[in-house]
Each structure stands twice: as structure tokens, then as C-alpha cells.
Design a protein around this ligand. Structure first.
Ligand SMILES: C[S@@+](CC[C@H](N)C(=O)[O-])C[C@H]1O[C@@H](n2cnc3c(N)ncnc32)[C@H](O)[C@@H]1O
Length: 213
């Protein structure tokens, strides 16, 4: 947690709760220690996403399909989501959950490591949600910028990683490489000529990067 607990508690009890299959998936994720997008970040994702009226969304890091099902609510009519996942069990669970939610024609789970899959995709996306291995965001960036339409958004989650990114005193030894890579990623997206980026201390830290027209 990078925010005060009392703020998070207040925000979480104030924002609206999800409907449909999502509460069941929240329960599953909590009991099985599957990391899913935090409630306050989920709301930021849907609210900013709605402004874009996205027809195509790309997600990196599907897990059990929770955030892709959530984002299906903000798609323009006929819109689609491509979501990439490398872990077989998660791919299976995500496909089951997406089918159960009646979204098999809307959400396409692509199996594989995003560092390879992204190079093979050749579509234009309105919104890209990065929620995978934190040490790899930098590797994904060039391909994400290539496929993001002008006026589109890259929404990167967990960019402040438990405060470690902002404070060396918090960095545990085994996370040093991830921290170094994430700082480099943030430096790139904040100093890019083609992105305008805001860093937001919400959840575990979010970066919103708008691709300039
Ligand atoms: C934080 S979870 C995703 C949660 C999901 N976006 C949600 O909120 O419901 C991260 C997922 O990314 C996957 N992942 C991590 N690095 C990846 C990579 N390089 N390629 C594909 N999947 C990756 C992990 O297996 C894990 O399931």
C-alpha cells in the first residue's frame, strides 16, 4: 500500500461495487492469492477508459480475466479486447470465466509471453492496459507505442511498487532489478516526445500515458 490505510478504506467503501460475475472473481482472487486490479484502480481504469470510447483494447497480463471482463463494460458497441497471458492455468481459468460471462466473442485471450506476442500483433488499439511482470514494462513499450492510436492511452499499473520506486530505503535486495527497470520505464514514458504521462499514487501506483496527436 502506498496510500494511508484510512484513505484506502474510505475510498473502497465509497466507490461503487461491481456487478455480474466480477464479485465472484474478486472472491476467488482473494482466496487464491491471484493479484487483480485494486478497486480504486479499477474505477480509474473504467472512468478514463470511458472517455476514449474504445473499440479495441489490449491488455498485457490477463490472470483470471477479471480486468478484461471489467473493461468489456467500457467498450464501444462491437468493440473487442485482446489480452495476453503466459501462465497456462491462468489462461484456462480466464477462458472459462470469460465464457461464463458471455464474452467469448468480445475477449480474445492470447497465450504466450508478451515480449514475443506483442511483436507479432499488428493492430491499432485505443487503450492498452499494462498489468504484467513489472520488470518487463520497458521491453513492451516500443511495441505498445507502435500499436497505440494517436489520442490513445497506455494505462500502466503497479508503477510505484509498494513505494520502492520512490524510496531506496524500501527496496529489498531481491527486487533491485525490478526497481531499476521500472525507474527506467518511468523515465522513458515521462520524457517521451510522443507521450504525455501522469504518475498517480493510487493503488500500487498508476501511470497514464496519452499518445500525442
Ligand atoms: C497482476 S496479474 C494480472 C491481473 C489482471 N490484469 C486483473 O487485474 O484481473 C499479472 C499477470 O500477468 C501475467 N504475466 C506476467 N508477465 C507476463 C508476460 N511477460 N507475458 C504474459 N503474461 C505475463 C502473469 O502470469 C499474471 O497472470
Amino acid at each position: 500500500m502506498i496510500c494511508y490505510d484510512y484513505i484506502n478504506e474510505y475510498v473502497r467503501k465509497t466507490i461503487k461495487t461491481n456487478q455480474g460475475i466480477l464479485p465472484e472473481l474478486e472472491d476467488y482472487a482473494s482466496k487464491n492469492h491471484v493479484p487483480i486490479v485494486q478497486p480504486e484502480v479499477a474505477r480509474l481504469l473504467t472512468v478514463t477508459g470511458r472517455l476514449l470510447k474504445p473499440v479495441r483494447i489490449l491488455e498485457v497480463g490477463t490472470a483470471i480475466g477479471y480486468s478484461s471482463i471489467l473493461m468489456s463494460e467500457i467498450l464501444a458497441p462491437g468493440g473487442v479486447i485482446d489480452t495476453i497471458e503466459r501462465y497456462d492455468l491462468m489462461i484456462e481459468l480466464a477462458r472459462q470465466n470469460i465464457k461464463k460471462a458471455g464474452l467469448a466473442d468480445t475477449i480474445n485471450v492470447i497465450a504466450g509471453d508478451a515480449s514475443e506476442v506483442l511483436k507479432c500483433l499488428d493492430k491499432e488499439y485505443d487503450l492498452i492496459f499494462l498489468d504484467a511482470a513489472k520488470g518487463q514494462y520497458g521491453e513492451f513499450l516500443t511495441e505498445c507505442i507502435r500499436m497505440l492510436r494517436k489520442g490513445g492511452l497506455i494505462f500502466s499499473d503497479n508503477v510505484l511498487y509498494k513505494g520502492m520506486i520512490a524510496n531506496d530505503d524500501l527496496v529489498v535486495r531481491r527486487k533491485k532489478t525490478i526497481v531499476k527497470r521500472m525507474r527506467s520505464y518511468l523515465n522513458d514514458i515521462c520524457n517521451s516526445d510522443i507521450l504525455d504521462t501522469s504518475l498517480i499514487p493510487i493503488g500500487d501506483g498508476v501511470a497514464l500515458s496519452y499518445k500525442l496527436e
